[in-house]
Design a protein around this ligand. Structure first.
Ligand code: 5RP
Length: 224
């Protein structure tokens, strides 16, 4: 079985009847959301989903998952993908440019589970550039500040549209490469301290459990 699917299907087993579920974004969570939809049909369980992007909104709708908002419900469990996971379970996210709402939803959940294939497990964060969502008017000023933090900024360009990626919130994403990320928590704070930055893709000290799809099966890591 595809390793992302393996992790997504395992996470779908963790959801209980009556849960309000944060629905992450990306190809791994696509499998999770589809499988949750299957459980709703087959087991007649009642679930409410809170999407983290237009993508997860559409997949949830097509999978028959009833939706709600953070205004109306607290979240029991959130399940989301990641681009990198370090041994302390810090993450880089935002490969799909959805990290701002993902962080809000994942952080609000009583339990936050990350689902990845084994290629996402790293010794140290930083091979993947850190996505930084910025308001368009602040682009130049933020790029300057990122260079001052020893980052190499690169405005993310769209694939099927001319010009930059525009996030679900109407902003730009600056992918920022750091030679080394020694202290993810500090860098997360420093990036969010730059005026014009909405949110960055470092998620430190947030994860409760990581479900890893490996060629040998499922491996789980839990935070201390
Ligand atoms: C989107 C994300 C995704 O969860 C992350 O990019 C992983 O994606 P995939 O499951 O497709 O590998 O953070 O903003």
């Amino acid at each position: 079985m595809n390793l992302k699917k393996r992790a997504g299907y395992e996470a779908a087993k963790k959801v209980k009847d009556g849960d309000v579920v944060g629905l992450g974004t990306g190809s791994t969570t696509h499998y999770f959301i589809n499988q949750l939809g299957e459980r709703i049909i087959n087991e007649e369980i009642e679930i409410l989903g809170i999407p983290t992007s237009y993508q997860s909104f559409f997949i949830a709708r097509d999978s028959g998952i009833n939706l709600t908002t953070l205004e109306e419900h607290d979240i029991d469990i959130a399940v989301d993908g990641a681009d990198e996971v370090d041994p302390d379970l810090n993450l880089i996210k935002g490969g799909g440019a959805a990290h701002t709402l993902e962080k809000v939803v994942d952080n609000a959940a009583r339990k936050f589970i990350v689902i990845v294939d084994e290629s996402k497990m790293v010794k140290e964060l930083g091979n993947f550039p850190v996505p930084v969502e910025v308001i368009p008017q602040a682009l130049k000023a933020v790029e300057k500040s990122l260079i001052e933090l020893d980052g190499i900024p690169s405005l993310r360009m769209a694939k099927n549209k001319d010009g930059p990626v525009i996030t679900d919130n109407g902003n730009f994403v600056i992918d920022t490469k750091f030679e080394k990320i020694n202290n993810p928590l500090q860098l997360e704070k420093d990036l969010n301290n730059i005026p014009g930055v909405l949110e960055n893709g470092i998620f430190s000290n947030m994860v409760d459990e990581v479900i890893i799809g490996t060629s040998q099966g499922i491996r789980c890591l839990k935070s201390d």
